[in-house]
Write a protein that binds this ligand. Structure first.
Ligand code: SAH
Length: 233
């Protein structure tokens, strides 16, 4: 069995969304991964299927109820499901390429998308959800975040990306940002292509690319550069 994503959301119509197009969409159509979408509102309370309520202790906004969300999770995630379970959340571990690789090598994952102020803390603990962030900013809901995470995973699944090895030279794969790319035309508004790239000398090209990648990383992301080349002493 391939990678199976289960998404719990109050906005099921947002899926597959971007994941229904291009590489991810083609991979979905050919069965390289599968998607199960669960509407949390199926387990809402009362005539209006309420899923949220006011925060205990007061304050702005609404909070998704623990009991409603737990029932929704239990309806689609069996107790013995081995897949990791994530709650998309700005408080979480920041998603990165290493985690994308790790998840792509596994059976799949469960993604709970928050809305409003978030979810009752007790369901996070009771259902063993790991909070996962896509960066230090606040979105209005977890759906876009879940699609970001899934997009990064899906392109790494076997048979999804066309070009052999086209995924191993990317930015972040070896702790560096990628070198610059050029293609036709040879002259663009007076700007040429670095001569080494048209030399046909593969060793020089590889050396040039490596040097560019290191320079770019040092200039733009000193944090990544320091991790890759730890200062001695
Ligand atoms: N009150 C919360 C933010 C709620 S935003 C707080 O301050 O932590 C509403 C929902 O959007 C969240 O429940 C989460 O599912 C999603 N979300 C917002 N920002 C996100 C981010 N950076 N990464 C992943 N999910 C995010």
């Amino acid at each position: 069995m391939g990678f199976t994503a289960t998404v719990l959301t109050l906005m099921p119509e947002m899926f597959p969304g971007t994941l229904g197009h291009s590489l991810a969409g083609e991979a979905l159509a050919k069965g390289a991964w599968s998607l199960q979408v669960k509407d949390i509102r199926d387990h809402g309370r009362g005539k209006h299927r309420a899923v949220d309520d006011t925060p205990a202790g007061g304050g702005p906004g609404m909070v998704i109820r623990a009991d409603v969300l737990a029932e929704a999770i239990d309806a689609v995630v069996p107790a013995d499901d081995q897949r990791p379970r994530f709650l998309l959340s700005p408080r979480g571990r920041v998603f990165d390429q290493a985690l994308a690789r790790e998840l792509a090598n596994g059976p799949g994952a469960v993604f709970v998308c928050g809305r409003f102020e978030g979810v009752d803390e007790r369901v996070i603990e009771a259902r063993g959800l790991t909070e996962l962030s896509i960066g230090d900013y606040v979105l209005s809901g977890g759906e876009v975040a879940a699609q970001v995470v899934l997009d990064a995973i899906i392109r790494l699944l076997p048979g999804v990306m066309g070009g052999e090895g086209s995924d191993i030279e990317e930015s972040h794969e070896d702790g560096l940002l990628e070198y610059p790319h050029y293609t036709r035309p040879r002259d663009f508004e007076g700007r040429g292509i670095p001569e080494v790239l048209t030399s046909g000398n593969h060793a020089s090209i590889a050396r040039w690319r490596r040097a560019e990648a290191e320079m770019l990383t040092k200039a733009r992301r000193p944090d990544l550069h320091a991790r890759k080349f730890p200062p001695k002493g």
